[in-house]
Design a protein. Sequence first.
Length: 222
Amino acid sequence: MGYQFSDLTRACPRNWRAYIEHDFVRQLGAGTLEDGAFRHYLKQDYLFLIHFGRAYALAAYKSPTLADLRQALEGMKAIIDIELGLHIDYCRQWGVSEQELAALPEARATLAYTRYVLDTGSRGDLLDLHVALSPCLVGYGEIANWLNAQPFTRRGADNPFDAWIAMYESDEFQQAMQAEVAWLNERLSEVSPARFAELTTIFNDATRLEIDFWQMGLDRAE
Ligand SMILES: Cc1ncc(C[n+]2csc(CCO)c2C)c(N)n1
């Protein structure tokens, strides 16, 4: 029996919980998050998604097999063709135009997180890159499920952030998350303890950068 994805979260339980259960997430679930904090997060998330599209392009470059190459292409198409379009529509509903998005200065937290992922993929292999991407993909699915289990969470029309939760609880998203966990489980089952320790550092770093991204929203940090 080798390692599994759950061993990564188990290796840094405090940071993983701090990310999933962050105050930004709690306030979003309760519907009490200030509009300005959410808008700041949404704007920076546009820049984040663009760099994540680049990270999937890097995954294509790092792909040793046709199956991996196809998977990277699908990930990139999902971000560029679907997620970014939805995000631009969603930003418009929150009063942020596409012109404003295109002219945004990048906040430090966005710079740090996205360039960390790209650097990790550049110096490492495809598994390093997937581990760096996994707090993003798996974390948001877990956040939606965690919020749905909390008594303070309000769903429906009296929560202005309901659509955000709905997106990440959707079957389509949850299936993409499960597929990523399955891909990682297969790779992690074969790694040595020393290699797993390296991957744990990457996972923990990316998780800390997700925490900083939420905090950036709350603080409206530039
Ligand atoms: C800071 C931040 N972290 C994670 C996500 C969620 N997310 C971004 S790209 C992607 C993969 C989808 O193909 C997912 C799940 C986000 N939006 N912003």
